[in-house]
Design a protein around this ligand. Structure first.
Ligand code: HPA
Ligand code: MG
Length: 225
């Protein structure tokens, strides 16, 4: 794997959601009533996330099948994607000749306050990753924004000398002048807007929302710290 820029599977950066895509009206879906008025639109409905995740699981299986992997789930935003991705890989392992024995490890990163990335990145639960030495590692992230977080994490993980590192990211934001790392497996490429749901939060709110949605201005105000 290259140090800075990563190849995406099959040359695919995932399903591209254009900047001018208005999203789906919230009225077309069900969502928790406690978030009424806090959201602008649905960007990726839950069912589409699941379908895309199923395909990513197959791609991962095709590339890594028959090798043990250590899944490194990046909390908190990656927990739902990681759980569903691992489920889909498990289902494939039960229903084909190919199978991936998986271990799952959790680390926690925190760098956002409100909708802004802060400079201080905290990595928790990653102090001693020496068990990764010589292993195939699959890092699973919910969202890649600037890519700085992922770059810092990759540097940290590489120091423990795994045999191989692959990265799966459900969402990649199209940010201007990206120079940092991109995942090998991408669910969706989305506009540079703050999204919530499917474990992605705004100050810890909205993780309990199934769809990936754009937060409304009033939602930002309501939950601002
Ligand atoms: N939503 C939630 N968390 C995030 C985002 C986002 O759009 N970008 C980076 N972390
Ligand atoms: Mg967050």
């Amino acid at each position: 794997m290259a140090d800075v820029v990563f190849q995406t599977e099959g040359g695919s950066g995932g399903i591209v959601i254009d900047d001018d895509w208005p999203g789906y009206s919230l009225e077309l879906f069900s969502y928790p009533t406690h978030y009424a008025g806090d959201l602008q639109c649905v960007v990726v409905p839950h069912g589409v996330i699941m379908d895309r995740t199923e395909r990513l699981a197959r791609n991962i299986m095709d590339d890594l099948g028959d090798h043990d992997i250590v899944v490194l789930c990046v909390l908190k935003g990656g927990y739902q994607f990681c759980a569903d991705l691992v489920d889909k890989i498990k289902a494939l392992s039960c229903n084909s000749d190919r199978t991936i024995p998986m271990r799952v490890h959790f680390i926690r990163l925190k760098s956002y306050l409100n909708d802004q990335s802060t400079e201080d990145l905290h990595i928790l639960g990653a102090e001693d990753l020496s068990f990764l030495a010589g292993k195939n590692v699959l890092i699973v992230e919910g969202i890649i924004g600037t890519g700085k977080t992922l770059t810092a994490l990759l540097k940290h993980v590489k120091a423990f000398q795994p045999k191989m590192i692959k990265v799966a990211g459900l969402l990649v934001k199209r940010v201007p002048r990206r120079t940092a790392s991109l995942p090998d497996y991408v669910g969706f490429e989305i506009p540079d807007r703050f999204v919530v749901g499917y474990a992605l939060d705004y100050n810890e709110y909205f993780r309990d929302l199934n769809h990936i949605c754009v937060i409304s201005d009033s939602g930002k105000m309501k939950y601002k710290i």
